[in-house]
Design a protein around this ligand. Structure first.
Ligand SMILES: [Zn+2]
Length: 153
C-alpha cells in the first residue's frame, strides 16, 4: 500500500472551505463599527453595543461603520474582544498563513478557528499553503464529528 497522494485541486479546496464555513455557521459575527468625533481615534473596531457605549459615555460623538472592511489580520472588538466580520488584505492573508504554518492544529477545532481559516482560504483559494492548512482543519473537524455519539445519553 502506498501513501495516498494529496492533490490540491479547486475541488479539494472548495470541499475544505465548505466544511469550515459549515462548522463556523453557528457563529454570530457582526460587522465592525468605528467611533468618531473631535480627536477620537477612529482606528479601533467595535461591536455595535460597545461603540454605542463609547458615545453614551461621552468618549465619542458618533458611530460609523457597520460594513465589511479589509483587515491586516482578524478583527475583534476593542472593548469586549468579540469576533467581528472582516476580509483579509494580501498582507493579512500572508500573516494568517504564517501563523497557521507555525501553529500545530489540534482537535477540537473551535468554530472561531474554522472562521479564521475559512477567511484565509477565501482570500486566495489557489494558495497551496492555505489549502493544506484548510484541509488539515477540515479533516480534524470531520473526525471530531464522527466521534460524536449519535445519541448522547
Ligand atoms: Zn464589543
Amino acid at each position: 500500500m502506498s501513501e495516498p497522494t494529496l492533490v490540491n485541486t479547486p475541488e479539494v479546496s472548495g470541499a475544505a472551505l465548505l466544511i469550515l464555513t459549515k462548522h463556523a455557521s453557528g457563529l454570530n459575527v457582526p460587522y465592525p463599527h468605528w467611533i468618531g468625533g473631535n480627536g477620537v481615534d477612529q482606528g479601533p473596531s467595535y461591536c455595535r453595543p460597545c461603540a454605542d457605549a463609547k458615545v453614551a459615555a461621552g468618549e465619542a460623538e458618533y458611530v460609523d461603520g457597520g460594513w465589511q472592511q479589509e483587515n491586516d489580520g482578524c478583527c475583534h472588538c476593542e472593548t469586549c474582544g468579540c469576533l467581528l466580520e472582516y476580509t483579509l488584505t494580501e498582507y493579512g492573508a500572508a500573516e494568517e498563513i504564517d501563523h497557521y504554518l507555525t501553529t500545530e492544529l489540534s482537535a477540537p477545532v473551535s468554530t472561531e478557528e474554522a472562521f479564521h481559516i475559512a477567511k484565509m482560504l477565501e482570500h486566495d483559494e489557489t494558495n497551496a499553503d492555505a489549502i493544506t492548512i484548510a484541509i488539515k482543519a477540515a479533516e480534524l473537524i470531520k473526525s471530531a464529528a464522527t466521534l460524536q455519539p449519535l445519541n448522547p445519553a
